[in-house]
Design a protein around this ligand. Structure first.
Ligand code: PDD
Length: 285
């Protein structure tokens, strides 16, 4: 299996991480997860642009263009003959003796590898459980930072409670999940948190907003209070790897009828059509 290692394709076993890499020591870096369908990197441009944006926000200056990076990732997928799976790409600030402040002369370390994805079909069809957690993360959740400590703590809590996701609530309002965006259908309107500093503006989220528009569903990017969430007719979450998953139970209480809702299913179908359309289009081009 080949990995992308600072511009070169090398065998995974030949790669190493320097113990003074700031990503390793401080979590000083950013990342992306991209889905591959039919040998095609889905929404590659959006993910690559977000990677560059995240890097820029924390003062990492990447050499090369978004297009160069896209080409490298496509080559990686081709090298590994991946038809269905994912790509993880990570950028760290570089290697230096450990101190908090850094010099601008560091060389960012860029690595990427492909992986298998187990499509969560069971959850997508039957729905999944969630728990509610307090959102105690920092206030720049729009940056896809390697620092995921609080996200993993709460995801672990969800997992130990037999749930798929922890839905985070800050100051009484739902922000997002530990690794997903959250939507609720309230009085027939699909609502989700506005794309500001309190959430990661998911690429799947952006696609779903397009789907909703095309399907003629009413969508509002407005905050959902915890009380509204608990009386929602439908709830679903989205992410690159989860795609669209209905949430049918929160903290042991059923959501709506306790089964995936009609609007959620429409969004799922519309999203699948987008995937099919994009992966078929790029194969024939
Ligand atoms: N997580 N919010 C958070 C906090 C996330 O970590 C993610 C994705 C999303 C959804 O973003 P997107 O639709 O672009 O995947 C929202 C990835 C999949 C992960 O960390 O594995």
């Amino acid at each position: 299996m080949k990995i992308l290692y600072n511009g070169d394709f090398i065998e995974k076993k030949d790669a190493h991480v320097d113990i003074e890499d700031r990503g390793y020591q401080f979590g000083d870096g950013v990342y992306e997860v991209i889905r591959v369908y039919n040998g095609t990197l889905f929404t590659l441009k959006e993910h690559t642009e977000r990677l560059f944006k995240s890097a820029k926000e924390i003062g990492i200056h990447l050499q090369g263009t978004v297009l160069d990076m896209e080409e490298k990732l496509q080559q990686l997928v081709a090298h590994n003959q991946l038809t269905d799976g994912g790509v993880y790409i990570q950028v760290t600030r570089g290697v230096a003796p450990r101190k908090h402040q850094y010099s601008d002369s560091l060389t960012p370390q860029i690595t990427a590898y492909t992986f298998q994805v187990k499509k969560p079909v069971q959850e997508q069809e039957a729905g999944a459980k969630a728990i509610l957690s307090e959102d105690l993360r920092w206030l720049r959740c729009d940056i896809k930072s390697l620092n995921l400590l609080y996200n993993i703590m709460e995801k672990q809590k969800a997992s130990e409670a037999g749930a798929f996701e922890a839905i985070l609530v800050r100051d009484g309002f739902v922000t997002e999940g530990t690794s997903s965006n959250v939507y609720a259908v309230i009085d027939g309107v699909i609502r989700t948190h506005p794309a500001n500093n309190l959430i990661l503006n998911g690429i799947t989220r952006r696609k779903l907003l397009e789907v909703c528009e095309e399907e003629g569903c009413t969508v509002e990017e407005t905050r959902i209070s915890k009380e509204e969430l608990l009386r929602a007719q439908e709830i679903f979450i989205s992410s690159t790897t989860a795609e669209v998953i209905p949430i049918v139970e929160i903290d042991g209480e059923p959501v709506g009828e306790g089964v995936p809702g009609k609007l959620t299913k429409r969004v799922q179908v519309g999203f699948q059509q987008k995937i099919n359309h994009e992966s078929e289009a790029s194969i024939s081009s």
